[in-house]
Design a protein around this ligand. Structure first.
Ligand SMILES: *Cc1c(COP(=O)(O)O)cnc(C)c1O
Length: 361
């Protein structure tokens, strides 16, 4: 009799649940559930994507040199210490596969991004959850949870789904307080939404134990194409490259991402439009009596008095063709995460929440 069973830990993985994108019986919906850029990628990125149709028979670059050079120029980082992957999810997975495994621990926080736990379990490691303090990463609690088995500590800064941030000096204190064998991973998926913020790049450059991950899925509007990157100390990047598939990114992904990152004017426009609409949405929600934390990203976490309230609001929004994100799976059952969309979408969702709260719903 066959006894075909997966490695320990695999069956503990709860499959990732993405943002809903359709409502039964509704042709037109507004999707504010996956933190996508409502304006999509820049025209230059679209044109680069289209041009790659002429070279689809060619294998892609294996060293991603052109994209790494562009990232280096635009983000002020050393291209030799950049690694590109199939979304930052793949960089997270490389880190777990290279540095964690059976008998080791991977720290993530209470409301942390679910891929940290999934990738840790996939690598056979033990995920360790650390409490946050009022929806903010708690550096002291993380340091207290470290053991001689800790190999990786994942935090997103700004964080998803809370939108909160810890200051640079706290991230530095975390890096400096870790045990010798542990690596701090700063997930900068939303770094582009923060003014004058390097996502942790300088921390990477001044420490031996810090890695930063970044993505083209959010501000650059390329979530569908799957491109991310990591920045770390040379020995760490060398290790990750050893387990990276040589053709992990297609030339279509590489060329489109390069055009996207070089279009700094478009990126700046998306940044400022997000900041403007986020401020408007927060003020409008607060005016309706809906509490929020200060968001540094392209979404707002709306807090309701209880889980029933959040769920009832979500149901009402669906009847209005509006899809937001329930985050009970992130231990925030009384909250809804709402992506900052374009102006009409922001107005629609705030108007609908107002209707819901006034009992008109
Ligand atoms: C969206 C998101 C990512 C991006 O993942 P990709 O694989 O690059 O699309 C990474 N981390 C966090 C916290 C996110 O919210």
């Amino acid at each position: 009799m066959a006894t075909i069973i997966p490695q320990p830990g695999i069956l503990d993985i709860a499959p990732y649940v993405g943002g809903q994108s359709r409502i039964d019986g509704m042709a037109e919906v507004v999707k504010l559930s996956s933190n996508e850029n409502p304006f999509g990628p820049s025209d230059k990125a679209r044109a680069a994507f289209a041009r790659t149709v002429h070279s689809l028979h060619r294998y892609p670059s294996t060293d991603h040199a052109d994209l790494r050079a562009a990232i280096g120029e635009v983000h002020g980082v050393d291209p030799a210490r950049v690694i590109c992957g199939v979304g930052s999810d793949e960089i997270i997975s490389f880190l777990c596969n290279a540095y964690a495994g059976p008998g080791t621990e991977v720290i993530h926080t209470e409301h942390g991004f679910s891929m940290y736990r999934i990738s840790a379990l996939a690598a056979g490691a033990t995920p360790v959850e650390v409490a946050e303090r009022d929806r903010v990463v708690d550096v002291d609690a993380i340091l207290a949870a470290c053991t001689d088995r800790t190999r990786l500590v994942f935090i997103a800064n700004p964080a998803n789904p809370t939108g909160t941030m810890i200051p640079a000096q706290d991230a530095a204190r975390l890096a400096d307080g870790l045990p010798d064998q542990a690596l701090l991973v700063l997930d900068g998926a939303y770094a582009e939404y923060v003014a004058d913020f390097d996502g942790g790049a300088r921390l990477v450059e001044t420490r031996e134990n810090v890695v930063m991950t970044r993505t083209f899925s959010k501000l650059y509007g390329l979530g569908g194409l799957r491109i991310g990157w990591g920045y770390g100390p040379a020995p760490v990047i060398d290790v990750l490259n050893r387990i990276r598939g040589p053709f992990n990114l297609s030339q279509t992904q590489l060329d489109t991402a390069e055009a996207a990152v070089r279009d700094t004017e478009y990126a700046a426009r998306c940044h400022s439009e997000n900041a403007r609409l986020r401020a408007w949405m927060v003020e409008a929600l607060n005016g309706l009596g809906v509490a929020t934390d200060t968001s540094h990203a392209n979404f707002v976490l709306a807090r309701f008095p209880d889980q029933a309230g959040a769920e009832a609001c979500d149901e009402y929004l669906k009847t209005q063709g509006l899809i937001v994100r329930k985050v009970a799976g992130y231990k925030l059952p009384n909250c809804l995460r709402i992506t900052v969309g374009d102006e009409p979408s922001c107005r629609r969702v705030v108007h609908a929440i107002g209707q819901f709260l006034s009992g008109a719903a």
